[in-house]
Ligand binder design. Structure first.
Ligand code: IMP
Ligand code: MG
Length: 178
């Protein structure tokens, strides 16, 4: 599958994103301990995670980082919408204060599964940080504790978000017609 030939329509610039992440890090530092355990959701969350942990450093935090890979089979697929776990945690997170980090909260299925996973592994606390949130699309009851931007109900790409694994490298966030 090839990406659409028309380039993405910009929504948030590099500067917009950097300023918002700095503010999110300040909010996180107010309510989570300095030795927070970041659990980043692959693949989409990796760019946001990379910038967020450095913003947390500037707020005096010293996060540790682990990754999980989950896939959601939302909208139109034959599956019942339950995401699958492709890559498990490697760190022991029991008793830890965990911050789940993902690119976007849409139906909520992915983050809901991730939250269940970290709680089952004995996390003392789980909070959720997402760069983007699409309102009105939730299928399961879950809310982010820290949200970067609320986006219109469009297909957004860039800054880790993909279409057919393209566009993750874009330094800005834009939308495409799919
Ligand atoms: P949820 O499980 O429906 O909340 O979906 C979250 C996942 O779907 C995200 O981690 C993204 O990988 C993907 N996703 C949802 N909306 C978009 C979008 O507009 N662009 C790119 N990926 C998206
Ligand atoms: Mg994703």
């Amino acid at each position: 599958m090839r990406p659409p030939s028309t380039p993405p329509e910009p929504l948030f610039s590099e500067g917009d994103i950097a300023r918002r992440i700095a503010a999110m890090a300040r909010d996180i530092a107010k309510v989570m301990p300095p030795d927070v355990m970041i659990v980043s959701l692959l693949k989409g969350g990796f760019v946001f995670t990379a910038d967020l942990i450095r913003a947390l450093h500037r707020c005096g935090m010293r996060p540790q980082v682990d990754f999980v890979a989950l896939s959601s089979y939302g909208g139109g697929s034959a599956s019942n919408g339950a995401p699958a776990l492709h890559q498990d945690l490697r760190e022991d997170i029991s008793g830890r204060h965990v911050l789940l980090v993902d690119d976007i909260l849409e139906s909520g299925r992915t983050l809901s599964l991730a939250k269940k996973l970290v709680l089952a592994r004995g996390a003392a606390e789980t909070k959720i940080a997402v760069l983007l949130e699409k309102p009105g699309r939730r299928e399961v009851e879950i809310a982010a504790d820290f949200t970067g931007f609320v986006v219109p109900d469009r297909f957004v790409v860039g800054y880790g978000l993909d279409y057919a694994n393209y566009y993750r490298e874009l330094p800005f966030i834009g939308w495409i017609e799919v």
